[in-house]
Design a protein around this ligand. Structure first.
Ligand code: SF4
Length: 881
């Protein structure tokens, strides 16, 4: 290849679904930039998307099929899956097997997996990790509209005069949508933004009002709003009377609880003035979008929370019009595609219903099967409960890591370890879940695979491949089809390409539809291979009558219920299932950080992305830190009835008193004891089955380690199984954060055991005081440092990390090495703020303090920080305060 080859594709991370231009260069490297022509991002990318090229590489990839840890041929591995599943089905019936799939799969992969399990194996035991992120929103839409239809487009956010962001740290979790909102606010001074979230997150940076409500009181707040709207006489009676049903019951429920402003404020632990202001703004503003996400969904009342929001939009007729609507934003790149093909265990394909006889007959005829499942299968948490109880004896997990992400995750691991047959398709060799597998099936990764995804605004976009298939890795749809063939269904799974599958999926959506079902992309059912290859982003429905797609749903005020009317749902707010108590007095909330994605299998490959937040942490309010005697920067142990974790303490008043926050990302591959979902209670919403990740009663205490330390090493190390060990890939080095509860008798010997001793060795040791520092220099380059202390007060790692790029290591750096801090003339950039340009906190602070930078724009001009993805702008703003 002598010239650049560029393809347009989509980012594989969050549900924003940004378009990416990926270029394969003659030197074999890949570069990425935002696709200006993609309507979701118009050229923007966040820090994660911008770092996609860093995550490509074959180190750690699963490249060959394996059975019991031994490499084997595709034929043998596929045979083993098919015969293993068939044996269980023959002996125990189809409900004794299950698939657990993922919002990371492409729609074509998802379609084939769902078709095999529901259509031919004859069980609906297929569920997806999207269950964990948006199933409550899907259930809420279905109850209200008769269909799982997201009514809005991103454009509505730009046309609104009020955006209510509920239960979403959009700035970190959907950064490009946040940037669009932020820009809209700059362009429209009338736009007001209200953030409803127990935590004061980076999203609050653009908020006119932040309601830090008590965890689990969302439905009370919105029931109160419904009552207020009624009292304020802003009900759209024409819409309510002609296009909805159930308003009086919903209102009665809201009034039953006597939800006046004062009562709402007391229940939600908010100021009455703030509640009144929110209600008033909502009542007085016609163009309102409520944007909601995991904070609403990940609750034992997630579906009710969702309907309490929708009720307020129905009552005011603010739906199906420009700049308004209840807008659930999905966590994963293809959560929506999964919903479209029926990836949830209670759905049939193409938004049809398992228990609807007409739908059953229609799909049976379309797929030419007489074995279509007719009742809902087990949902995610129940699938693993059934594995634990032995009811499910064979499971195939695709593109997901449930040992890290399911609540009560230790139980999930134990269940898989005891399961008769566990097959895992993945692109990674080593994950917490592949460690439990009997059969490993190598799948393609981003940049290699090819198909479609649907983002949060119903926009279908192509993912295209720019890299060849590495090793023996294959498309997921191919792997599933091969197993289907071995199970005897060759004819029905005889696909030659993802285009073949897409055409079938599109044809099914339009089959005997006649406008009766919301999901209809029959306008794409006859695409040629070339047209599929060239397919431009388009929002469904797409029919022959409407070939350009659909920006907004329900513009005609017709809904997909039997009466054609939208349904109000009467909501009686319920508290979270497990309340705090004397033994477990704090509420644990979980979520994401800015620069990592899910279980870090890809993003942790990027040194840039690891620089922002390198270690697992627990955020706690200063009053709680004092009460429970935990110090800033120390290690804390967090316990619940279900499990334990260790994390670094961050004391911050952005946390509510009584609540702590721990991110979801760290796992056994990156941290020895920091899987937060091992601590999370396995409670689910009774309708959606979505777990209550946002509310687990816990306690916290300081972790009393005998010693604390860190190692920075130019080469990757195999470290002893210390109680606390976090490994972090850096720029030209690996960083290990350590703490142990066993005394080390000879630090020098221990250090040499860890990093070797073939080089110039510098050392300071005070064994009695448990203080040790050593450095090793090879060929005038820093090779490794080891620092140990009796407590967590160790030098900052940033300056020492910078030395790995110094060639040769300067005399000044050598002489300051064991002090662990720079000399007067040496810069220390400080903790990373801007991941795109590697700009540290100290550099920004210096620019501010010397008067050179007076604004964010000045920082951008002088240091470039914040000028690419913009994800760090809220943090830069904080440095000015
Ligand atoms: S916002 Fe970031 S993570 Fe999400 S799709 Fe866009 S680039 Fe990817």
């Amino acid at each position: 290849m002598n010239e650049n080859v560029t393809i347009s594709t989509t980012c594989p991370y969050c549900g924003v679904g940004c378009g990416v231009l990926a270029t394969n260069k003659p030197d074999g490297t890949i570069s990425v930039e935002g696709d200006q022509s993609h309507p979701a991002n118009l050229g923007r990318l966040c820090s994660k998307g911008s770092a996609l090229a860093d995550t490509i590489g074959l180190d750690g990839r699963l490249l060959h099929p394996q059975i019991n840890g031994q490499q084997t041929s595709w034929d043998e591995a596929l045979d083993a899956v098919a015969t293993g599943f068939q044996k269980v089905i023959d002996e125990h019936g189809p409900d004794a097997v299950a698939f657990y799939v993922s919002g990371q799969l492409l729609t074509e992969d998802y379609y084939v997996a769902n078709k095999l399990m529901k259509g031919f194996i004859g069980s609906a035991n297929i569920d997806t990790n999207s269950r964990l992120c948006m199933s409550s929103a899907a259930a809420g839409y279905k109850r209200a509209f008769g269909s799982d239809s997201v009514p809005c487009s991103y454009e509505d956010l730009e046309k609104a005069d009020l955006i209510v962001i509920e239960g979403s740290n959009t700035a970190w979790c959907h950064p490009v949508v946040y940037q669009r909102i932020s820009k809209a606010k700059q362009d429209n001074p009338n736009l007001k933004i209200i953030v409803i979230d127990p935590r004061k997150t980076a999203t609050c940076d653009i908020a006119d009002l932040h309601l830090s409500l008590k965890p689990g009181t969302d439905a009370t707040l919105f029931n109160g709003l419904l009552r207020y709207l009624n009292h304020s006489d802003v009900i759209d009676w024409d819409f309510v009377n002609h296009h909805t049903e159930g308003f009086s019951d919903a209102l009665l429920s809201a009034q039953d609880s006597d939800l006046n402003v004062v009562h709402v404020a007391q229940t939600c632990e908010l100021g009455s003035h703030d509640v009144e202001l929110f209600f008033q703004l909502f009542a007085d503003t016609e163009k309102v979008v409520t944007l909601y996400s995991q904070g609403v969904n990940q609750s034992s009342s997630g579906t009710d929370n969702s309907n309490s929001i929708i009720n307020c939009h129905l009552a005011t007729g603010r739906i199906g019009k420009l700049g308004m609507g209840p807008f659930s934003i999905t966590g994963q790149p293809n959560a929506m595609g999964g919903r479209e093909v029926g990836g949830l265990s209670n759905q049939l394909a193409a938004h049809m219903e398992l228990e609807n006889l007409k739908h059953h007959d229609l799909v049976s005829r379309f797929w030419n099967t007489d074995n279509l499942a007719s009742t809902a299968g087990a949902k995610a948490v129940d699938i693993f409960n059934d594995v634990a109880s032995g009811k499910i004896k064979a499971i195939w997990i695709m593109a997901t890591n449930p040992v890290v992400t399911l609540p009560d995750a230790d139980k999930v691991r134990a269940a898989l370890q005891a399961c008769e047959l566990v097959a895992v398709s993945d692109c990674e060799q080593n994950t917490d879940t592949t460690a439990c597998a009997d059969i490993l099936l190598p799948a393609l990764a981003w940049g290699e695979k090819c198909g479609t995804v649907t983002n949060s605004e119903r926009r279908i976009s192509r993912q295209r491949n720019i890299l060849a298939h590495p090793g023996e890795a294959e498309e997921d749809w191919w792997i599933i089809s091969q197993v289907a063939e071995k199970l005897g269904f060759k004819e029905q799974f005889n696909y030659a390409s993802s285009a073949d599958i897409f055409r079938e999926h599109a044809a099914l959506s339009g089959f005997e539809n006649d406008g009766k079902r919301d999901f209809d992309i029959s306008g794409l059912a006859t695409l040629s291979d070339e047209q599929y290859h060239q397919l431009q982003p388009i929002q469904w429905p797409v029919t022959t009558a409407n070939p350009q797609g659909t920006e907004r749903l329900f513009t005609d005020k017709q809904f997909f219920t039997p009466t054609g009317k939208a349904q109000f749902i009467a909501i009686t707010p319920r508290p979270p299932v497990n309340a705090t108590n004397e033994d477990y007095p704090l509420v644990l909330n979980t979520g994401r950080v800015r620069d990592q994605w899910h279980t870090m299998t890809r993003t942790a490959r990027s040194a840039k992305l690891n620089g922002h937040i390198p270690e697992p942490f627990v955020e706690i309010h200063p009053l709680d830190a004092e009460k429970w005697s935990v110090e800033q920067g120390a290690l804390a142990q967090v316990d619940s009835l279900w499990g334990t974790l260790l994390a670094r303490v961050q004391i911050t008043d952005t946390q509510r008193v009584g609540s702590i926050f721990v991110p979801m990302h760290w796992n056994k591959q990156t941290a020895s004891l920091s899987r937060v979902d091992a601590v999370v209670n396995p409670v689910v919403d009774p309708i959606s089955g979505q777990p209550e990740f946002k509310h687990t009663p816990v306690k916290i205490k300081t972790y009393q380690a005998v010693w604390h330390g860190f190692i920075l090493s130019r080469t990757r190390l195999t470290l002893p199984d210390t109680h606390y060990c976090v490994s972090i890939k850096g720029e030209q080095f690996w960083r290990y954060e350590l703490a142990g509860d066993a005394t080390i008798d000879n630090y020098s010997a221990w250090a040499k055991q860890q990093i070797g001793q073939e080089g110039e060795w510098l050392e300071f040791a005070d064994q009695t005081a448990q203080r040790f520092r050593a450095g090793m220099i090879k060929h005038d380059l820093l090779d490794a440092v080891v620092f140990v202390a009796p407590n967590h007060e160790l030098p900052t790692r940033t300056w020492l990390s910078q030395l790995f790029t110094e060639s040769p290591l300067s005399d000044e750096s050598r002489s300051n090495l064991l002090a662990g801090k720079p000399g007067a003339n040496q810069p220390d950039v400080g903790a990373l703020v801007c991941a795109c340009f590697g700009v540290g906190e100290n550099t920004i602070k210096d620019a501010i303090s010397c008067g050179a930078a007076k604004s964010i724009e000045d920082i951008g001009k002088q240091l470039k920080a914040g000028t690419n993805c913009g994800s760090c702008i809220p943090e830069i703003k904080k440095l000015f305060s």
